[in-house]
Design a protein. Structure first.
Length: 123
């Protein structure tokens, strides 16, 4: 009887171990960006932001130069990097959620908590 209890305990212990999955790469990782494989085309607000950024190439004011995707508080976010001769450096770090809602602007303590940053567009 002791052998049966020991065997059942061992099976239960092994069944409760957490399975670790490797990080997604390539197409699989891209499909995880706000439910689309092509956020630059499928998220209208993001497409508009990038289109405007591309057309502003001769402006001396603030210009969009890079968009990154990452994770903040277990949610996917986009970080728009902006620069320009007449642009405040701090204004360049704007963070949006998948719906295009502005989460915060230039808050270094929050920005440090954005993980898994991947560049998805740059000038």
């Amino acid at each position: 009887m002791n052998h049966v209890v020991l065997l059942l305990s061992l099976c239960l212990l092994l069944a409760c171990q957490e399975i670790e999955y490797p990080p997604l790469e390539g197409e699989a990782a891209l499909s995880e960006i706000c439910g689309t494989t092509n956020p630059m085309q499928d998220l209208p607000w993001l497409k508009e932001m990038v289109d405007e950024g591309q057309s502003d190439s001769e402006s001396y004011y603030c210009q969009l130069y890079k968009v990154e995707q990452g994770t903040f508080n277990n949610k996917q976010v986009f970080v728009a990097q902006i620069s320009g001769a007449l642009c405040c450096t701090c204004a360049g770090n704007t963070v949006y959620d998948c719906e295009g809602e502005l989460l915060f602007v230039c808050e270094p303590d929050k920005e440090e908590k954005i993980s898994d940053l991947k560049e998805i567009w740059s000038r």
